[in-house]
Design a protein around this ligand. Sequence first.
Ligand SMILES: C[S@@+](CC[C@H](N)C(=O)[O-])C[C@H]1O[C@@H](n2cnc3c(N)ncnc32)[C@H](O)[C@@H]1O
Length: 366
Amino acid sequence: MGPIKAQASYKKEVPTETWLEWKKEKKARKAKKREKLLSELDKQKEAASEISTEIEPTSQEESKGRSWTLSIALPGNILDNAQTPELRSALAGQIARAAAIFNVDEIVVFNEHGSLDKDKDNNSGLDEDLPPSCLQLSRILQYLECPQYLRKYFFPIHQDLRHAGLLNPLDAPNHYRRDDKAKFREGYVTEKVKKSAHSMVDVGLQRPIPVDTQLTPGLRVTVEIEEHPSGDMKKLQGRVVPPSTPVKQEGTYWGYSVRCAPSLGAVFTQCPYDEGYDLLVGTSERGDPVPKCLPSFKHILVTFGGLRGLELGLESDESLKVDDPSMLFDFYLNTCPGQGSRTIRTEEALLVTLAALQPAINSANF
Ligand SMILES: C[S@@+](CC[C@H](N)C(=O)[O-])C[C@H]1O[C@@H](n2cnc3c(N)ncnc32)[C@H](O)[C@@H]1O
């Protein structure tokens, strides 16, 4: 009760003019305070926007990573249509370049004359099950994808690679030169170092570097380079990571893997991803127009036919019980409507299709 009393007595004691003056002053003080608060609020807002623009690049950096994959499948038999060994190699080189340009993660080379049922009876899993054209295409694709400093380990002299040295390089981001500074590098596990818990890996620098674990010599690995705090290049170390890490973390294209499939059916059934491909695209001049958007996916597979289209792969594979190739896919697309040439060759269709699909592919997962 005290304070109320005191207030009442104060009112009584203050003369009216002084009271009005005091009220005016109070109003002015309040207005000043309000102004101050508003300007503080403005300053806070400015600071907050500065902070958010400072934060933005980090969140953009995080979103740079890519969690989905792009696979393509094509019949290796198309090499048989090339007239000379040089042209066979050049054709393989074109396919490799197209794959790198469009960030393809997996190339499946299938035998369009193969049957999955036949393979079940006689499936040795060995390369002999595949025709020479499929083997040569796979070998050249792998050779071109391999960083130059590692080729001496993985590609002994082979007839299939006779002209591969003349092919245009992929110039992929994982093909580092000796002096390039890089967070990740591809490497080769060298011979065991006696009494050491760490393997040495040749990552294309002056000397092999130790990694965090012991591995079987001869393996190809992806290494995250850990710089020494002193900056001493001789003290570099590495940590072995899955090859998908540079793509997932930084969105850095890390080349493609190559898989051979004994038939068209095996392209789908032998998928290396646990979840399988969740978006299947087939290509043909008899397909539908390319849609503006695609449903979101984790693993997309785009399949191409050879000289006789995907029909040949389907006819040859007894395990595929449909009459029309379009039935195998979620989308069956004509990616070059109104084509001026009677036929688009497979290697040309690769470029046309991947360019036509790129916007829909990129927007599907954002
Ligand atoms: C030489 S073409 C095959 C043409 C063959 N006459 C056919 O019936 O399909 C080789 C492959 O290129 C791709 N292709 C050709 N034209 C295409 C188009 N307009 N749209 C999408 N893919 C095409 C398909 O994958 C096709 O199987």
